[in-house]
Design a protein around this ligand. Structure first.
Ligand code: LRY
Length: 239
């Protein structure tokens, strides 16, 4: 199984664009991952099997794979069911990221069974969680690493403007597995802050790979009142 040890203190870049985003397309995400690698990324977080295959071919870095898919009977959209897990195993990614928040999975599936399926295929599990309790629970049922990805995106987690540094700190102090800081890291200072809080490594997306968000941050500096708000995708669920 993949060992996270080589990623300690290294930059992980999330390269994602959904169909409604300007950079949608596997060849583009492959190039984006190559650029991230040139900039020092040691691994890539990626969405969808076409992107994952292109990224593995072009950048040749370990991939944390996920599939965003919505189901009518659940709010979970990051690798929700065993169907997505099987697709990701076939795509070859070393690590499979899945929502391990305390919410009901679609189609009556159980998180424990997804973890077992991933381990049986020799892959590692990255748990995307939104609270301290969810992090403990995820590690307790076998997650090999935890990421603060969903903090700010469940109705019951704190809606912080930047990364949830307090959550990183509590989880890093409590868990034997790596705790990745993910979500709304936009500056080098924030990278230093999450590392100081005990993060194993930062996972950074929009601030590097969503140019529409980067442009909007500059546009806001010029005209804070009138500038358009540009949404990071998050499956259309968050503003
Ligand atoms: C909440 C959710 O669905 N997050 C997604 C998870 O894969 C991605 O859209 C984010 O870009 C990623 O987590 C990195 O975060 P940020 O883009 O803030 O650096």
């Amino acid at each position: 199984m993949f060992s996270f040890a080589e990623l300690k203190g290294r930059l992980i870049v999330s390269c994602q664009a959904l169909p409604d985003e300007p950079l949608y397309g596997a060849p583009i995400m492959g190039r984006m991952a190559l650029a991230a690698k040139e900039g020092g990324a040691a691994a890539i977080r990626a969405q969808g099997t076409a992107d994952i295959r292109a990224i593995r071919e072009l950048a040749g870095l370990p991939v944390f794979g996920l599939i965003k898919r919505s189901y009518a009977d659940s709010d979970i959209y990051i690798t929700p069911t065993s169907g997505e897990v099987r697709e990701l195993i076939a795509a070859g990614c070393e690590v499979i990221a899945l929502d391990m928040t305390d919410r009901v999975r679609p189609q009556g599936e159980r998180t424990e069974d997804l973890v077992a399926l991933i381990h049986a295929a020799g892959r590692a599990v990255l748990a995307d969680i939104s609270t301290y309790e969810e992090g403990l629970e995820a590690a307790g049922i076998g997650a090999d690493a935890v990421a603060t990805t969903m903090s700010g995106y469940t109705p019951y987690s704190p809606q912080t403007d930047g990364p949830d540094i307090a959550l990183v700190k509590r989880l890093a102090a409590a868990l034997p597995v790596p705790v990745f800081a993910e979500g709304r890291i936009r500056t080098g200072e924030e990278v230093k802050a999450v590392m100081q809080a005990g993060a194993f490594a930062p996972i950074i997306g929009s601030a590097i790979t969503r140019p529409q968000c980067i442009a909007a941050s500059f546009a806001r500096a010029l005209a804070p009142e009138s500038s358009r708000s540009v949404r990071a995708d998050h499956d259309g669920r968050t503003g």
